[in-house]
Design a protein around this ligand. Structure first.
Ligand code: KIV
Ligand code: ZN
Length: 528
């Protein structure tokens, strides 16, 4: 076996920035991807699939920037088994200290015949040529048989043997459409391991999708049978029903080390923070009962459970919440806490590098929150800081709003917004009124639309509570098209109507930023 392959170490290959970003509505801009990439490095992933450079100039730029900025993990770029894809991927990973090209081609009958319209021999040839070309850029080349879950095993073995000859070092077996059964998938990995010439010099990897809810179980079955790399995403986001969830695989291996005897390099205390960051940036909320990172993952509702946990947490808890960085709802600060206490607390929550302006804004927000909310939890602080960071590049800023509402007539609203950066000098203050609409939020959104002078269509509106309690802060997330481009926004406030306005303005600000960065919003051309 190759020295770099450790029998008891599972390589965690995170594809949140590539397969995860392919989730409906999850696209991230370059700045957001870099923020996630830094957190993935803190989390300790071994390999980070930073994107699919051929798909757009933005994707290329994001991979190249991440390759230049992120230290620690191997930075990987995806490429179809095509010369132009591999070349682009090779260029994108050039600045990386450790770079990998991941090239793939489909091998299942339905993909080969219907999608690629190729013969099996042509597929094999393309695979080999792509791997050879990739090896001219890096010694670290991964090859995937797309839709391996529906491919006959002997053909997989034939293709893998050929790409190993050509220089592939990691061989990935994707269950692209989440079709396999754990036992069957495990046997497939075993078969490949036993039958493929040269495979003992390579890492076998698994990449499972969750269409039937089996992604994590299938990945683990693969690991049980010799796979030593698991491809996964934070919160399990990804195409359709998503990918195998990183936190579930990692915590299974850690919690049941007695069974698996395997290790990962993940700093599990960073899991919860990473989950929140990805959820905030993608706008994809984590279901409350999600394993490991859901809001209820460590909540005990039934009286009998609570009594047990009070006596000894291990009665109903198999993981220690702090091991995944779960903060709980401990009361942390109050009305009389000063800037230093807030700064220290924020530092312990992972915001060590806040600028003094961000810190000052967070402190003002914290004081305002103390006036309206009895108890301020860590969750509230995180929400404030996230919101302040979101608003810090604001072009549109809420100055004031008034609402008259009753049941007999449509609401009447007035909203005042400051616009910066429109011209030199001071902010431009604009005001608009609206006396129609399907409720207060609708009326406010109509008024904001007048101010911004853009064509807005609301696609999704979600509201949730940051913590429990009647005085909890509300978090509003919106997804909308602005002049035909899809953007997301988020706002947080104790008043959900204010949070709704903030979410709208945040989406507007992101739109402005995107326009500035790209000249036009990104066109997603996923040519698969
Ligand atoms: O699901 C899949 O097959 C993929 C490949 C590109 C590895 O994402
Ligand atoms: Zn995939």
């Amino acid at each position: 076996m190759n020295d770099s392959i450790h029998k008891n170490r599972i390589i965690i290959f995170d594809t949140t920035l590539r397969d995860g970003e392919q989730s409906p509505g999850a696209s991230m801009n370059t700045k957001e991807k870099i923020e996630v990439a830094h957190q993935l490095a803190r989390l300790g992933v071994d390999v980070m699939e930073a994107g699919f450079p051929i798909t757009s100039p933005d994707d290329f730029e994001a991979v190249r920037t991440i390759a230049g900025e992120i230290e620690g993990p191997t930075i990987c770029a995806l490429a179809r088994a095509l010369e132009k894809d591999v070349t682009r991927a090779g260029e994108a990973i050039k600045p990386a200290r450790r770079g990998r090209i991941h090239t793939f081609i489909a091998t299942s009958p339905v993909h080969v015949e219907k999608k690629l319209r190729m013969t099996r021999a042509e597929v094999l040839k393309n695979a080999v040529e792509a791997v050879r070309l990739a090896r001219t850029y890096t010694g670290d080349v991964e090859f995937s048989c797309e839709d391996a879950g529906r491919t006959d095993w002997d053909y997989i073995v034939e293709v893998l043997a050929a790409v190993i000859e050509a220089g592939a070092t990691t061989l990935n077996i994707p269950d692209t459409v989440g079709y396999t059964v754990p036992e069957q998938f495990g046997n497939c990995i075993k078969y490949i391991r036993e039958k493929t010439p040269g495979i003992d010099q390579c890492v076998i990897s698994v990449h499972c999708h969750n269409d039937l809810g089996m992604a994590v179980a299938n990945s683990l079955a693969g690991i049980r049978n010799g796979a030593r790399q698991a491809e996964c995403t934070i919160n399990g986001i990804g195409e359709r029903a998503g990918n195998a969830s990183l936190e579930e695989i990692v915590m299974m291996l850690k919690t049941r080390k007695d069974y698996w005897g395997l290790e990962t390099g993940i700093r599990t205390e960073e899991i919860y923070r990473t989950s929140r960051l990805v959820s905030r940036i993608t706008g994809i909320r984590v279901q409350p009962n999600k394993a490991v990172v859901g809001a209820n993952a460590f909540a005990h509702e039934a009286g009998i459970h609570q009594a047990g946990v009070l006596r000894d947490r291990t009665t109903y808890e198999i993981m220690t919440p702090t091991h995944v960085g779960w903060l709980g709802e401990s009361m942390v600060l109050g009305k009389h806490s000063g800037r230093n206490a807030l700064r220290q607390r924020l530092e312990s929550l992972g915001f060590a590098s806040l600028s003094s302006e961000d810190m000052e804004r967070a402190y003002t927000r914290f004081k305002q929150l103390c006036d309206v909310k009895k108890e301020v939890f860590d969750e509230d602080l995180l929400a404030i800081v996230e919101d302040e960071i979101l608003q810090s590049t604001a072009t549109y800023r809420l100055v004031d709003m008034e609402i008259q509402a009753g049941m007999a007539a449509p609401p009447r609203v007035r909203v005042k917004v400051a616009i910066s950066g429109a011209g030199a000098g001071e902010d431009d203050i604009r005001e608009a009124e609206c006396a129609e609409g399907d409720g207060q939020v609708d009326a406010l959104y109509k008024a904001l639309g007048q101010i911004a002078g853009v064509d807005v269509k609301l696609l999704d509106y979600q509201i949730e509570s940051v913590t429990a309690g009647r005085d909890a802060q509300g978090r509003v997330k919106v997804r909308m098209t602005i002049d035909g481009h899809e953007v997301k926004g988020m706002g947080i406030a104790t008043d959900v109507i204010v949070a709704s306005v903030q979410a709208y303005l945040n989406a507007l600000n992101r739109h402005v930023l995107l326009q500035r960065l790209n000249g036009a919003a990104k066109e997603v051309t996923r040519g698969l």
